[in-house]
Design a protein around this ligand. Structure first.
Ligand SMILES: O=S(=O)([O-])[S-]
Length: 138
């Protein structure tokens, strides 16, 4: 018998988008250009996407797979950056995964959070600055 998926991505995205802040690309670029020190831009794309396409300069990379484990201070994988009193702005390639990630983060108590509409593709198309991936020196 085939699986019956009772809650699909449309419902999940609708719910996420109804409860999280969505930044337009223009607003996100302006926020980035302001250099606000109380904002962390979180890149939730996979490493291969970052390697291929580059990233928003200064963004913090947290793959979606590690999201909950890096946010929760009780987790052995907790990252101190998620304890900072800052605004966390998530982005992915196209704005879908980041909506779900921001919703999850918000549900966990992280706040304020937002995500960038259209993701990195929209950012790049709008002329937002892009930093090329540089391999780590060994
Ligand atoms: O999640 S996605 O919008 O990058 S395909």
């Amino acid at each position: 018998m085939p699986q019956t998926i009772t809650r699909g991505i449309k419902a999940m995205l609708d719910e996420a988008n109804a409860t999280i802040e969505t930044l337009t690309t223009a607003d996100a670029i302006a926020l980035h250009q302001s250099g606000a020190s109380d904002v962390v831009i979180v890149d939730i794309r996979d490493p291969r996407e970052i390697e291929r396409d580059g990233k928003i300069p200064g963004s913090f990379s947290c793959t979606r797979g590690m999201l909950e484990f890096w946010i929760d201070p009780q987790s052995p994988y907790a990252k101190p950056i998620f304890q900072d009193d800052k605004k966390f702005v998530f982005y992915c390639a196209g704005g879908l995964r980041s909506a779900l990630a921001a919703k999850t983060a918000q549900d966990m108590g992280l706040q304020p959070v937002a995500h960038i509409e259209g993701g990195f593709a929209a950012w790049r198309d709008a002329g937002g600055p892009v930093e090329a991936w540089v391999p780590k020196k060994k």
